[in-house]
Design a protein around this ligand. Structure first.
Ligand SMILES: Nc1nc2c(ncn2[C@@H]2O[C@H](COP(=O)(O)OP(=O)(O)OP(=O)(O)O)[C@@H](O)[C@H]2O)c(=O)[nH]1
Length: 305
């Protein structure tokens, strides 16, 4: 019997990993394997998800909609050869991926026989949606989704939320659920239409649009200096995430940056010291060398206590 596959797409920081985390933790009794594609070589998402499930595999150093298509297929075969077999496979596309390229790969008849793509789930960051509306990548992700989940709805004014839902409905996206803090209803993720998928064209050229900086440091950094650096970097970065150790603070911390909103939370499972950070921006606005220089200056405000 072929294993159902859910593909989760959505813009940088929309809430894909959060959505999958909720799915992995929900009480459905299913054996789920998750394949997670992070931008760059620092696979933070896979590490975060691995805290809740053993079946998480990270794909890094590229994007599964283009350069990593072969890796995705190989990983799917490995996952399918596990004993016992997973009962559901969830694939998280990176935030810069056009899902059409991934759908195309998954429609390969050999893969389809063993793992059939059931639903493409698009996560839409509700408060960010108006700003993204004209973005061709955002539109491609929306267009390629069968079901949309709105995230961060509590941070979105009611009027804007209503307008967003109406706008999405007018694009023919008829299943829009509110995911803020609610458990993920598994039954809602399987569309009833069993007719074969129409072939898709992946024509969005995205390769050159984004740049990223990866920063690693074996020491601890000073928190106020880090906050100051991030405040400046957030002027041009679209997304950032990392695991960091701060002087005078116990344990490592998970850092998340989406637009200008940055959060830090403790990572109690992580006994290591040191910092790993990835920041992403648009090539025409984000000066990767300048960002790296700023981050490297943090090495001067540290102690290795
Ligand atoms: N308040 C709120 N925050 C959310 C929600 N979903 C995600 N977030 C936060 O948004 C940030 C990004 O969430 P992720 O789940 O990592 O987003 P992602 O789409 O996987 O991001 P990429 O790494 O760019 O692929 C994190 O700080 C989350 O805690 C939500 O529904 N409500």
């Amino acid at each position: 019997m072929s294993v159902p596959v859910l593909l989760v797409t959505g813009f940088l920081g929309a809430g894909k990993t959060t959505f999958i985390n909720r799915l992995l933790q929900a009480e459905h009794g299913l054996r789920i394997a998750a394949i997670v594609n992070d931008f760059g070589s620092i696979n933070i998402d896979a590490e975060l998800l691995a805290q809740t499930s053993e079946g998480v595999i990270g794909l890094k150093n590229g994007c599964i909609c283009c350069s990593l298509q072969g890796d995705l297929m190989r990983t799917l075969k490995v996952v399918l050869s596990r004993t016992p077999k997973p009962e559901l496979i969830v694939i998280e596309a990176s935030g810069v991926a056009d899902p059409a390229g991934i759908v195309q790969s998954l429609m390969d008849p050999v893969i389809w026989k063993e793992a059939r793509l059931e639903t493409v789930i698009g996560i839409v960051d509700a408060p960010d949606a108006a700003r993204r509306a004209d973005d061709p990548l955002w539109q491609a992700q929306l267009q390629g989704s069968d079901i949309l989940f709105l995230s961060k709805t509590t941070e979105c004014p009611q009027g804007d939320l209503k307008a967003l839902r109406a706008g999405l409905a007018s694009r023919g996206k008829n299943c829009i659920l509110n995911m803020d803090d609610a458990p993920v209803p598994l039954s809602a993720l399987f569309i009833e239409d069993n007719s074969p998928r129409a072939p898709v064209e992946a024509d969005l050229q995205n390769d050159d649009r984004f740049v990223h900086v990866e920063w690693e440091y074996e020491g601890l950094v000073d928190l106020p200096s880090f906050q100051e650096a991030i405040l400046r970097i957030s002027d041009t970065a679209l997304r950032g995430k990392g695991l960091l150790s701060f002087t005078g603070r116990q344990g490592r911390h998970v850092f998340q940056l989406v637009g200008k909103r940055a959060t830090l939370s403790s990572a109690p499972w992580d006994q290591e010291k040191g910092c790993r950070l990835i920041l992403i921006g648009e090539r025409n606005a984000f000066d990767a060398d300048a960002v790296l220089r700023k981050l490297n200056r943090l090495r001067m405000h540290t102690s290795d206590e």
